[in-house]
Ligand binder design. Structure first.
Ligand code: IVH
Length: 676
């Protein structure tokens, strides 16, 4: 096996192990037999022993936490441990309350009181007390049956082993959350991906001594079965828990009215950054136990409770450095390198700063303590700077005036539409003159929507560039495969595969080809329009010689920005050279024009003003279906100007001047019917 293949195999096994661990530790449902699990671990350790370059933080040689001991005894919950329905916005909450009132057959304006309890993101546990003594502790398991983890739970200081209050029930199953504080997680982050995993892993240590080493915390919030509990509401129950010696969430409150729940939600969300534990929402519970009882459960969640989730994930971290990345179009994007931090289960170490203006506006500096937000799959970004934590010696960040890659001057273009300078600063060099832009252009050239050369990923582009194997797109079709085969990580088979995928993609449509060139402002949609207009590679290439760029404006969908960009592209000698060279290697297919003899053949149209009962898009497709074309400006190439309500005066005037036929909607539709 080559080094590359060994690495691949190792990664695959590590990922599998992670998957198994996740199911077991986080979801409580093992998906492999113990034997297979142990074998996988052995394989990984063996691979590491034989290849000392293999390393992973998820390796079993590394992880103290994920040391599975699957021999905890299973035990049923006398009352199931339920989950909660989620709410994400005001509507969901209104709906939640409406259902409750309907169910209870109460008036719409009935006041219902709820406890609002910040939802700690940890692992739930059930503690069974009999005659004031903790007799057993269970994990949630599948909700019906948990694992007996008593010996580990009793190592947690927050869990009272004995209660000394007189009013403590004879028997009660007290439930709550086991978690790790963020400050304590600092020392554990080498071993675990996030605080929740750390809590889950530690609770399952085979040896309670190992659990004891981890500073686990417990807060209580509900109960299962009970005998002798003398409170009538959730809020009173929470108070009692505290009196009995349990920790409760200090931010719990009692609230009525959805508007007030939202107010509290917003306030808690603001405080979220300053809390030492992760919360992912707020749990609302109908306060009155009698009402709770009447409401009961649906499936596996109570009707009387809901979890109002925070929509985005934020976290506090520190900016270690600011990097300037250069994109395919020369845009300089500042990226904050931050102290790695877990946000919603994902470790974040980079956050985009968008552009120079954003840095100036927020006065973001290296060394700053910042709030980072990560929402969905978008790149995390900096929300705000904590000025109180700023070092007195800190200095303003100066954005580079020269391109960090090629040294060319950087510019902020004037945007004709907004009449403002762009927020983005760009490298002023032309395409292939700047190393970083070149690399990005090559990555784009081979990417999925462009040439789509399989196995020619970003890493390979970077590597081949470094080794001076490729500099321009045409170099991809002239690779020295003998040389590549001798490179580290490459072998006979991988080279054969690469050769095959490159060859396969030599045959390409004109639209993909135009898109692959990476001309600024020409995405896939515009590339399609241009391909339809030019119909062949040679017409496209020769267009540069005619410099009739205003003609491009006749293509519906192509505006001045795009036309100018194409002009720029063709005025660069390197770009022309690339086209000449690629012509030798590629077979760019002509666009097959539908030669249908439609009623509008050879006729051009332009619409101005609002039409009645028919959209512009539909008119356009009607024209095209009938072999006509649409243009976007009034010129002597235009045959018909279709006018609707409130037409643009300028267009009508110039059509009159050029003696172009002006027709209304009806006349246009008649043209279509006439010949049929
Ligand atoms: S009540 C009967 N209260 O959220 C309703 N759960 O999605 C279920 N959680 O498994 C429990 N804080 O791990 C309740 N104040 C709180 C909570 C809370 C966090 C967790 C708990 C549960 C999950 C339900």
């Amino acid at each position: 096996m080559t080094k590359n293949e060994v690495e691949k195999l190792y990664k695959k096994k590590i990922n599998l192990l992670k998957k198994y661990n996740k199911s077991y530790f986080d979801k409580n449902t093992p998906i492999v037999s113990d034997k297979d699990y142990d074998e996988l671990k052995r394989d990984i350790l063996l691979l590491e022993k034989e290849n000392d370059f293999l390393k992973s933080k998820d390796s079993p040689s590394n992880a103290v936490g994920y040391k599975p001991s699957k021999n905890f005894k299973k035990a049923p919950h006398r009352i199931p441990m339920l989950s909660l329905a989620n709410a994400f916005n005001e509507d969901d909450l209104l709906n939640f309350e409406k259902k409750i009132l309907n169910f209870l057959s109460k008036e719409e304006d009935t006041k219902i009181f709820y406890t609002a309890e910040p939802k700690i993101d940890g692992i739930s546990a059930s503690l069974i007390y009999k005659n004031k003594k903790l007799i057993r502790g269970l994990s949630r398991g599948d909700g019906k049956e948990g694992e007996d983890i008593t010996s580990n739970l009793i190592t947690i200081k927050d869990i009272p082993k004995e209660i000394f209050s007189n009013d403590f029930p004879e028997e009660i199953d007290i439930r709550g959350e086991v978690f790790i504080q963020n400050s304590d997680f600092e020392n554990l982050k080498e071993k675990f991906a996030n605080p929740r995993n750390a809590a889950s892993g530690s609770l399952r240590q085979k040896n309670p001594e190992d659990t004891k080493k981890i500073p686990l915390k417990f807060i209580a919030y509900t109960f299962g079965f009970e005998k002798g509990l003398k409170v009538q509401s959730q809020f009173d129950y929470l108070q009692k828990l505290s009196e009995w010696g349990f920790k409760i969430n200090p931010l719990n409150s009692l609230i009525s009215g959805i508007k007030n729940l939202i107010k509290n939600y917003n306030e808690v969300e603001k405080q979220r950054m300053n809390l030492d534990f992760d919360i992912d929402g707020i749990v609302y519970k109908v306060n009155d136990f009698a009402l709770q009882k009447r409401l009961g459960n649906v499936a596996n969640a109570p009707r009387w409770a809901v979890a109002h989730k925070f929509s985005s994930n934020k976290a506090v971290s520190k900016i270690l450095d600011i990097d300037i990345q250069i994109g395919r179009t020369g845009a300089l994007t500042p990226v904050a390198k931050v102290k790695p931090i877990n946000i919603g289960g994902v470790t974040v170490s980079n956050a985009t700063l968008h552009n120079e203006d954003e840095i100036i506006r927020k006065d973001i500096r290296i060394g700053d303590t910042v709030i980072i937000e990560r929402a969905g799959d978008v790149i995390p970004h900096i929300l705000s700077v904590d000025l109180k934590k700023r070092d007195k010696k800190s200095v303003k960040f100066i954005f580079p005036i020269k391109c960090p890659s090629c040294g060319s001057k950087t510019i902020k273009e004037f945007n004709a539409t907004t009449k403002k300078r762009d927020a983005v600063r760009r490298c002023s060099s032309e395409g292939y003159d700047c190393e970083k832009i070149s690399i990005e252009k090559l990555k784009h050239f081979v990417s999925k929507d462009a040439l789509n050369i399989e196995g020619f990923g970003k890493k390979i582009v970077e590597n081949f560039w470094k080794l001076k194997i490729v500099k321009f797109p045409q170099d991809i079709f002239r690779l020295d495969f003998d040389k590549i085969e001798k490179l580290e990580g490459w072998g006979d088979l991988s080279v054969k595969n690469l050769k095959y995928s490159i060859n396969e993609k030599k045959n390409i449509s004109l639209e993909r080809f135009i898109y692959a060139l990476g001309i600024r402002h020409i995405g896939m949609e515009n590339a399609k329009l241009l391909a339809k207009y030019f119909t062949s590679f040679s017409k496209f290439k020769n267009f540069s010689k005619q410099s009739k760029y205003e003609e491009l404006l006749n293509i519906d969908g192509i505006g001045e920005t795009q036309a100018n960009s194409i002009k720029n592209f063709f005025s660069n000698i390197t770009n022309l050279k690339v086209l000449t060279e690629l012509e030798k290697d590629l077979n760019v297919n002509n666009v097959i024009v539908n030669k249908k003899e439609g009623k509008l053949k050879g006729k051009t149209f332009l619409v101005t003003g609002k039409l009645n009962g028919i959209s512009r898009a539909e008119v356009k497709s009607l024209i095209e279906e009938n072999s006509g074309t649409t243009v976007s400006t009034v010129s002597n190439k235009l045959n018909y100007l279709i006018t609707g309500e409130k037409p643009t005066k300028r267009k009508v005037d110039s059509a009159r001047e050029l003696k172009i036929k002006i027709i209304n909607q009806e006349e246009f539709l008649q043209m279509l019917n006439k010949a049929s």
